[in-house]
Design a binder for this molecule. Sequence first.
Ligand code: IMP
Length: 431
Amino acid sequence: MSNVTVIGSQWGDEGKGKIVDWLSSRADVVVRFQGGHNAGHTLVIEGKVYKLHLLPSGIVRPGKISVIGNGVVVDPWALLQEIDNVREQGVEISPKTLKLAENATIILPCHSAVDGAFEAARGKGQIGTTKRGIGPAYEDKVARRGIRVCDLADKDILKEKLGRLVLHHNALLKGLGAEELDPDVIYSDLMNIAPSILEYADVVWKTLDEAQSAGKKILFEGAQGMMLDVDHGTYPFVTSSNICAAQAATGAGISPKMIGHVLGITKAYTTRVGAGPFPTEQQNEIGDKLGERGHEFGTTTGRKRRCGWFDAALVRQSIKTGGIDGIALTKLDVLDGFEEIKICTGYELNGKQIDHMPASQQAQAELKPVYESFQGWIESTEGARSWAELPAGAIKYVKRVEELIGAPVTLLSTSPERDDTILMHDPFSAV
Ligand code: IMP
């Protein structure tokens, strides 16, 4: 049995929550390794809806260990609030079940303030960030200014580092015409919550190494999607972390050999929140229908998601750059009842056909999708639990997706319910 790493192959919101929850029933440890509370993972378990942002999806299952790795940027107030919310829904959370990397970077109020102020200053060139302070916190991390979970245990170091960090951000806030922040207020607010956060602090790389040596199964849970990867996505309209499977190693402190089978969560059509190129976007009744049928509103910000046809060229690229072995195809049922369904197989750029998303921002904006057209199916695929229950049209669509992206469909999800899943290959024994 190997480990499994789950990443998104499009622009996030591919339905990772359900698949990770489904897989976590077979795992012992579930690990988040990048992003922060910009993520939103919805789990529907026996009719009960859990909305998670920072907590690994394994948290709702008794007996699992949930790990927040060093690659995650952690807003401590948001984390404590989420722990309270999930506890209120009857889930038990304790330092035995939740481990927070002592070397994870912390998001402070100045990060969200700067995130919001920069977005406002960008005007029409906005990225459409979640304004959760994700980008500014990662900037501080690489600039070696960041405050980490372990710093909360050392009053003097914390005060000194915080003074320097807030000075930096206040200069930016002043320049952007926004209100400056008082480092003393942030310090005392942090000191108030430090004991509650430090309860969960852990040497995560060691915990994971021990789990691996003991033969435990580890599930690495990615957030966002490959097209939001800071290197391989539609830069600059991306998030500030690497989404690719390789990040599971650096973001959790494990060997790349421990990543195991990489499952790319892929929606049967495409959505995106925030600004940036989206070649197959349908700003028409098709897009509206996909959005309505798929309930396409952001879990974190409530924003309406942009919707369009499946882009096989984009997913094919994510499979290569992300290191994906097989995909979990989600929300196939949203396509039920469409008379015609289209798949983008490549792009046209300056009169030439290309088979990949180029890096240049200008080129990305000018791409024209090249489509292949399918006759839709009238029958419902919702709730199908076996291949035999799928209409012929849907099977044809899935087979063509596999051919075009160059990877097998490992899992097929046909509703938000955990059991409405068709398993083609077991990812835990796939490597
Ligand atoms: P940030 O991560 O808040 O800096 O936002 C950068 C870009 O990533 C924006 O376009 C966001 O809408 C997008 N984004 C961030 N997190 C998610 C997510 O979990 N799902 C989908 N899009 C996201």
